[in-house]
Structure formats: structure tokens, C-alpha cells
Write a protein that binds this ligand. Structure first.
Ligand code: ATP
Length: 329
């Protein structure tokens, strides 16, 4: 199974860029249980990486290791250009982490939570107030700023959590299941926030159980299963890994349809829709072959569409889980 289809950012000297996150051979066990069984991860700076896996796959463990909260048993990693083993302090200064157990203190107001973060980052008082006000505004929390955080909705708490993380202006942000438990609207809102972080140059390392989320946000996705990366690449690359893709040619003229169907014997016919389905991985090479064939036979399709399997198909094919979209929710 190809495991590194994604492009890696390169420095001018040809070495992989070290300012994102890169890890090789990370291993972690708890007693007899191997949680991470030698995983490699490469996240170029300024991109979104999604570590996708079911409950208990080891996603949080990977985030904890890369954010210096726990140590790996084996393996090397660089985060923001710093070595995980020897420069943990520098890494902590470069990253922000929001986890499933948020840093938000429910007993104090949203604003006070922000001030607390500003103090932790040793910002002068006036600067702290300015940054807090700016971030509360950016995350649509100004109105709620003076209310205890315990009164906030799930989405507001997540937004406050990210706002608190941004007080330190991190270049790399780890978001551990940022939308778990959020309703669809709050989830879309969070996606917007994540996109705006990336457009501001931040590198985002997120974990998720939601295929749709990885598909929406990530430049690169790694599927974590049984402690191993089952596949890695862009959503499109992953979708091409499994069969099921096809090119669909639709015709409006019955005679043209019949003539195409009789010469394309491998195609599956849909007589009602006057469409032919040709198995294809959707690659440029295969598309060109189909177009060349159409040109050479003088057959003109009214519509040509490429269908690739969705991430659900990939996920369930590669992890061996039963196919059920509900499982992924
Ligand atoms: N401190 C620990 N001691 C023992 N086992 C642990 C510890 N931390 C995690 N585990 C186990 O490691 C496995 C992976 O846990 P992890 O939290 O990394 O998974 P995850 O992919 O983030 O799942 P979830 O989506 O449920 O958070 C689980 O089986 C968990 O029980």
C-alpha cells in the first residue's frame, strides 16, 4: 500500500522542510498494548494534516507525543524545526494544542480565561487585553465575553479554546478532534476557523473520526489503524487506492449510445439513462485513453463524468471495518 503519496515541502537545499511536523518510526506501548507501531508522519508547514482513525486508534497518543506531553518509546520527530527529544521547550513555545479535554475554566468568564492565557504567555497587561479583545471578536465571543464559560454552548467552548491557544501566536496547532460532539452548524463554523488559521500561515495537525472533515479540510490525510498508518495522501490519492472508480459517458442520441455500447464491451450499460460506465482509476492517463478512443471512433458523448470512491469506501476497505456511514459519525 503506498504510504507517502503526499508531496513533502522541500527547502532550497533539497532537504525536506523542517518547519512543519515530521516524525519517523514513532512507537508507543502501554504495557502489552502497542498503541503506535512505528508511524511516519510528514506535514509541510502551512498545510492541514488530518490523522484519521476510529476510537482508540492512537490519534490522541500521537498528538500527545508530538506536543511533548508524553514521550515515545522509539522514533524521532521534529516539530517547527525543533527536535522532539532535545528541544521540547522550544517546541512548546512554537505550538498550540487544543484537546478533547479543553483548557477552558468554566468558573470564570471567557474574557478572564483569555487574560489568564495572556498572563501565562507573559504579555504586558495592555497587550494582553488588546490580544484578548481581538481574538474574542474574531471568534464571535465578544457578546459572551463577560459570562462564565460554563454557560457557553459546546461550539462556543471550542471557539474559546482555540482563541486561548492563539494568544501565544503558535505557528503549529494541534487540534484533537475539534468537532466531536458539535452540531452540524457549529462543525461548519469550526471548519471556517480552521481554514482561516491556515490562510494565516499556521500549520494545522488535526485528528478526527470524521471522514467528511478530513476530506473538507486536509491537504493530506493519514489513516491510522491498529497503530499503523494504513495509507497516506491527499483525499483524491486515497480515493484512487481502491477499486470502484469509473468514468460515466452519457448520451442523448439512442443511435450513438447503441454504437458506443456495442464497441465498448467492457462498459456497464445503463440503458434507461443511456449511459455507459467504464471502470477507471480516474487518472489522467486513463481519461486520455477514453478521450482518444472517443475521438478515434467519432463517438460523441454528451457528458463525461469521473466518479471516484469516497473516503468512506477507502476507510472501510483499508481498515477492514464493515461499511457503515454511521460508524464514521
Ligand atoms: N495512559 C494510558 N495507559 C494505558 N492505555 C492507554 C493510555 N492512554 C491511551 N491508552 C490506550 O491507547 C489506545 C489509544 O488511545 P488514544 O486516546 O490515543 O486513541 P484515539 O485514537 O485518540 O481515540 P479516541 O478517538 O477515543 O480519543 C486506547 O486503547 C487507549 O485505551
Amino acid at each position: 500500500m503506498p504510504s507517502s503519496a503526499m508531496p513533502t515541502a522541500r527547502r532550497a537545499d533539497g532537504q525536506p522542510s523542517s518547519s512543519g511536523v515530521s516524525a519517523t518510526g514513532l512507537r508507543k506501548s502501554y504495557g502489552e498494548k502497542t498503541v503506535l507501531d512505528g508511524i511516519d508522519i510528514h506535514v509541510p508547514a502551512g498545510t492541514v494534516f488530518a490523522l484519521l482513525g476510529p476510537n482508540g486508534a492512537g490519534k490522541t497518543t500521537a498528538v500527545k507525543i508530538l506536543s511533548t506531553l508524553i514521550s515515545a518509546d522509539e522514533g524521532q520527530a521534529r516539530v517547527g524545526g525543533h527536535d522532539l527529544a532535545t528541544e521540547a521547550h522550544a517546541i512548546r513555545g512554537a505550538i498550540g494544542v487544543t484537546g478533547q479535554f479543553s483548557a477552558v475554566d468554566g468558573l470564570i468568564t471567557g474574557e478572564e480565561n483569555m487574560f489568564l492565557m495572556a498572563d501565562l504567555h507573559h504579555l504586558p497587561k495592555s497587550e494582553g487585553r488588546r490580544v484578548a479583545a481581538e481574538l474574542l471578536e474574531r471568534f464571535d465571543l465578544t457578546e459572551a465575553a463577560k459570562k462564565p464559560a460554563s454557560t457557553y454552548s459546546g461550539g462556543m467552548k471550542r471557539r474559546l479554546d482555540i482563541a486561548m491557544t492563539l494568544v501565544g501566536s503558535p505557528r503549529i496547532i494541534f487540534l484533537d478532534e475539534p468537532t466531536t460532539g458539535l452540531d452540524p452548524r457549529a462543525r461548519h463554523n469550526m471548519w471556517q476557523i480552521i481554514r482561516s488559521l491556515v490562510s494565516g500561515g499556521v500549520t494545522v495537525f488535526l485528528t478526527t473520526q470524521y471522514l467528511e472533515e478530513a476530506d473538507e479540510l486536509a491537504d493530506s490525510i493519514a489513516l491510522l489503524n491498529n497503530g499503523k498508518i494504513a495509507a497516506q495522501g491527499t483525499a483524491e490519492e486515497l480515493k484512487r487506492l481502491i477499486p470502484g472508480g469509473h468514468v460515466r459517458l452519457r448520451f442523448s442520441n439512442p443511435a450513438t449510445y447503441q454504437s458506443a455500447a456495442s464497441s465498448l464491451r467492457d462498459a456497464t450499460r445503463d440503458d434507461e439513462a443511456m449511459a455507459l460506465q467504464i471502470p477507471s482509476d480516474g487518472s489522467q492517463r486513463e481519461l486520455r485513453a477514453i478521450l482518444d478512443w472517443l475521438d478515434s471512433t467519432g463517438i460523441e458523448a454528451d457528458e463525461l463524468t469521473v466518479h471516484t470512491p469516497d473516503l468512506d469506501d477507502v476507510f472501510f476497505a483499508l481498515t477492514g471495518a464493515g461499511k457503515s456511514k454511521e460508524n464514521a459519525r
